[in-house]
Every structure is written in C-alpha cells, then in structure tokens.
Design a protein around this ligand. Sequence first.
Ligand SMILES: [Fe+2]
Ligand SMILES: [Fe+2]
Length: 132
Amino acid sequence: MTNWTPALSTGVPLIDEHHRIIFQWLAELERASADQRTLFGVYAITRLKHYIRDHFTAEEALMESAAYPKLAEHMAAHAEFRNRLGELQIRSIEQDISEETVQFLRDWLVQHIATTDMAYVPYLKAKNGARN
Ligand SMILES: [Fe+2]
Ligand SMILES: [Fe+2]
C-alpha cells in the first residue's frame, strides 16, 4: 500500500499536508494500475503531476525565503522528477500504468522526502519558528 507515514513528517504542517495529498494521489494511481483502468490511470497521473508541480513551487518559495544554501540542487532534483512524470503521463495514454511505475514514483518520493526535503527543515524552522 502506498501511504504517507509519520516517519516522513518534516514537522512543518503545510509541507506534511502537501506530502500526504501527494501520497493520496499515488494511492489512486496504484488502484488504477492494479485494476488496469486506463482512463483513471491517465487522470490520476495527471492530478499527481499537477499537485506535485504546485507542491514543488511552494517548497522552492519557502526554501528561497529561508535562504536555503542547497536550493539550486534541490530545484534540479525537482525539475528532473517533473520531466520524468511528464514522460510517464504521456506514456499512460497508450499503456496502463505499470506496477513498476508506481513503485518508481513511491521510491523516489519516499527517498526525496526522507533525505532531500528533510535537509531544508532546520533552515525553515530557524527562519519561521514552527509556524509553517
Ligand atoms: Fe522537495
Ligand atoms: Fe516535498
């Protein structure tokens, strides 16, 4: 099952809320894949892509406002993943979302949140307290 877990919590409520919703869309995608529902798969990966785009934009603005020193590196990781998602979205029109695709997305997201996102948390907290 594809769920957000408290182990992935950044302690920043807005970011955690975004991440939870991302995993909800990933779970929808997993259902579409398991049931081989092509149109639902296209819909779910499109919603996931759009939600992730908005989340990345919000996250980048927060990192920038906190003068996070690794912003460029983080943005490059986001851009690469966005491109990959775009390719997978196009492919989903012709071919059902595969289990491997869901696995790839889940692994990337878990790894990214657990390491890359976690790294900016102290900077955000230093700037904003725990208010975000
Ligand atoms: Fe990120
Ligand atoms: Fe994130």
